[in-house]
Design a protein around this ligand. Structure first.
Ligand SMILES: NC(=O)c1ccc[n+]([C@@H]2O[C@H](COP(=O)([O-])OP(=O)(O)OC[C@H]3O[C@@H](n4cnc5c(N)ncnc54)[C@H](OP(=O)(O)O)[C@@H]3O)[C@@H](O)[C@H]2O)c1
Length: 324
């Protein structure tokens, strides 16, 4: 019989709600415990999603021997400390993106996971989604020929709130780490590491990047044009122009259910309809790895997470954006 994975969630904000909603659809996974800095919030969230335990401190959840896996859903700046808390208590950890604030923190997290011999994965859900796997396989098949350009953006018009995590530098604010990470991920996962990175950004009055444009240059001649913004709404599409055709990951490319493929002049619309919000796939993937005793995901490997955060570090250096 399939072992049920008892999940805990730390940090009960927006994404924790989406995750808990999808978790209920995943066979063999249950929401066992939730932890907030506020008991009232934990109780309310726990009641909504039927959690057995509702804690008013992250430590209590991390120390609960019944918890198998913890989903870290706190602001970016806390990912490092909250992940280490859970790993040192022997819990498997699925931590939201960005994995941490910089490569040094990610290295510490990976070392702790190895030392404790537990599973750790960055929750970059797009990598587990059917549409993205399809596009990656199509490109790897070679039938599209070389990629000439990738254009990908992730933008939305966020209300200005200097205290909120999008604009607050102390909480790791800015567009790059929150949403620019998706176009960057897309380029690294589909095209590999670029030889040259250039970037320019609009730094706002709270000191974070409100908009950024990034170019990746590859020795092969391939170019990637990537951007993100918290100042405007765009369809958020990823387009790959190739020698023999093109692939379009349609609106909200990071979790779309529609890919348009044109190969040698023939257009096909591919449908990857799914129920829920799209977090199902990463939850199922992680739970399966845990059941199989794996310590690292083959889809979001440690090396890939290292490359991703190092690339974000390099881009931030280019635009002169440094966090404490
Ligand atoms: N994969 C995705 O699609 C996706 C989407 C959105 C966000 N994310 C990621 O998930 C993380 C959380 O994003 P979110 O939109 O859910 O944020 P959010 O709504 O602000 O929730 C974050 C939670 O973290 C806890 N927290 C701990 N220390 C905090 C502090 N100093 N200030 C504010 N909150 C603090 C709070 O929970 P308690 O009060 O309960 O302790 C808060 O509710 C981010 O790293 C983001 O990149 C991922």
């Amino acid at each position: 019989m399939m072992k049920t994975i008892r999940w805990g969630i730390i940090g009960l904000g927006k994404i924790a709600n989406s995750f808990a909603t999808d978790l209920q659809q995943v066979t063999g996974s249950e929401l066992y415990a939730v932890a907030s800095r506020s008991q009232e919030k934990a109780d309310e969230f726990g009641k909504k999603y039927n959690a057995s335990k509702c804690y008013s401190s992250y430590e209590e959840l991390a120390e609960d021997p019944q918890v198998d896996a913890v989903y870290i859903a706190t602001p970016h700046v806390r990912h490092h400390q909250d992940t280490l808390l859970c790993l040192t208590n022997g819990k498997a950890v699925l931590c939201e993106k960005p994995f941490a604030m910089n490569l040094a923190q990610v290295e510490e997290m990976i070392s702790a996971a190895k030392e404790k011999n537990v599973l750790l994965m960055e929750a970059l859900w797009t990598r587990m989604m059917p549409h993205f796997k399809f596009v990656k396989e199509e490109l790897e098949s070679g039938k599209y020929g070389a990629v000439k350009t990738l254009t990908a953006d992730f933008c939305f018009d966020a209300d200005f709130n200097p205290e909120g995590r999008l604009y607050n530098k102390d909480l790791g604010g800015g567009s790059l780490l929150d949403i620019g990470i998706y176009p960057v991920f897309c380029a690294l996962a589909l095209l590999g590491n670029p030889e040259k990175i250039s970037a320019k950004a609009k730094i706002g009055k709270t000191g974070v990047d409100e908009e950024i444009e990034i170019t990746f240059d590859y020795n092969s001649g391939t170019e990637a044009f990537l951007s993100s913004s918290i100042l405007k709404d765009t369809p958020t599409i990823a387009t790959l122009i190739c020698e023999n055709g093109m692939l379009v990951l349609n609106s909200k490319f990071h979790h779309t259910d529609k890919v348009t493929a044109i190969l040698n002049g023939i257009k096909v619309e591919h449908d990857f309809a799914y129920t829920g919000k799209g977090y199902y796939f990463e939850i199922e993937h992680f739970a399966n790895l845990l059941r199989e005793g794996e310590k690292e995901s083959p889809l979001m490997s440690y090396d890939f997470s290292r490359t991703l955060i190092k690339t974000l570090d390099d881009i931030r250096e280019e635009i002169g954006l440094f966090y404490e």
